[in-house]
Design a protein around this ligand. Sequence first.
Ligand code: HEC
Ligand code: HEC
Ligand code: HEC
Ligand code: HEC
Ligand code: HEC
Length: 206
Amino acid sequence: MLFYRRNFKSWIRIAVVMGIAGLAGLVVEHGLAAQDQSAATAAPESQVFTPAHPTVWSAVQEFFNYRPQPVQPIQFTHKVHLANGLQCVMCHVGVDQGPDARIPSDNFCMTCHRVIATDKPEIKKLTAYFNRGEDVPWQRVYGFLPSAHVKFNHAPHIRAGVDCSKCHGDMTKQTVAVRAVDHTMGFCIECHQQRNVSVDCVTCHY
Ligand code: HEC
Ligand code: HEC
Ligand code: HEC
Ligand code: HEC
Ligand code: HEC
């Protein structure tokens, strides 16, 4: 049933691509351009970590499981911070304690950037958010469609010694985070079976 459904979804996607490629291409391009602009100019809290559909376009994207790489408000860089010796948990403080890894507040960033690289344009943007008392409206990179009703918990994985890179790729090569690993059900199940962890539906679904 599940595989039928997956195949059916792919089938629809293929049909759309082949059947009305020209038209779809045009629509997608225009949609994307609009999407990029709205991402860049949107009010800070409007697009943060929300599963709602602000537009019909986003509902259509969900239907086809089409997820463009998000455009971040500041060109953050994992590469540089990791090369400077920062650890994942210093910024993602929840990751070994509970379900969520969390993104640090600009307050935390400013502990260093009040003095470090203050002349750089990206740090000026950061400082401006901070001075306005706003958090940076980071766009979500990973996450599941609400309709899949997946529950995930970081802490047991970290405790069991599963490396971040297994699920997020090599961050030392990423500036802003990219969806380097596809979190499909098959991806989760494969490791759970190898490591003798429960594959009961209720382990991962509610
Ligand atoms: C422990 C100190 C520290 C913290 C905390 C920190 N940074 Fe940095 N950041 C650095 C250092 C060091 C550099 C490299 C500066 C350089 O190369 O001149 C850097 C570089 C950057 C750059 C690149 C600047 C450029 O254009 O060259 C950005 C953007 C940045 N940080 C954003 C952030 C954000 C956003 C946060 C919070 C999520 C943050 N930093 C937290 C130390 C820190
Ligand atoms: C077993 C796979 C797995 C491992 C290991 C893992 N993650 Fe994740 N991570 C995920 C999934 C799945 C999500 C999306 C969760 C969701 O949306 O409910 C996620 C989301 C995140 C997010 C987004 C914010 C949040 O709280 O959801 C951050 C940041 C993150 N992970 C950082 C890390 C760091 C840092 C490590 C290592 C210390 C790590 N992850 C290890 C699977 C993993
Ligand atoms: C200096 C702070 C800092 C450090 C150190 C850091 N991150 Fe991040 N991380 C961020 C910020 C800020 C974002 C939001 C911008 C982005 O998506 O790149 C982020 C985003 C992410 C995301 C995407 C979250 C989402 O929206 O789904 C993942 C995954 C992630 N980090 C994993 C890691 C891992 C793994 C490490 C260690 C190897 C690490 N990070 C180290 C600050 C940091
Ligand atoms: C690389 C291996 C690996 C991958 C990939 C992985 N897991 Fe796990 N997972 C584990 C291990 C190991 C544990 C058991 C930790 C323990 O014994 O407490 C676990 C535990 C869990 C638990 C907690 C179970 C409990 O008993 O509380 C949940 C929920 C879970 N995983 C969901 C997921 C989901 C959803 C994904 C895919 C996004 C995923 N896992 C991907 C290895 C993995
Ligand atoms: C180890 C974790 C895990 C287990 C166990 C698991 N699933 Fe899933 N399942 C997922 C993840 C993660 C997704 C979301 C995949 C995606 O977004 O591509 C998913 C997606 C699905 C979907 C598609 C939902 C949608 O709207 O696209 C169905 C249906 C589903 N699972 C049913 C089941 C059933 C039935 C079982 C038990 C036989 C089960 N799952 C066990 C992790 C799991």
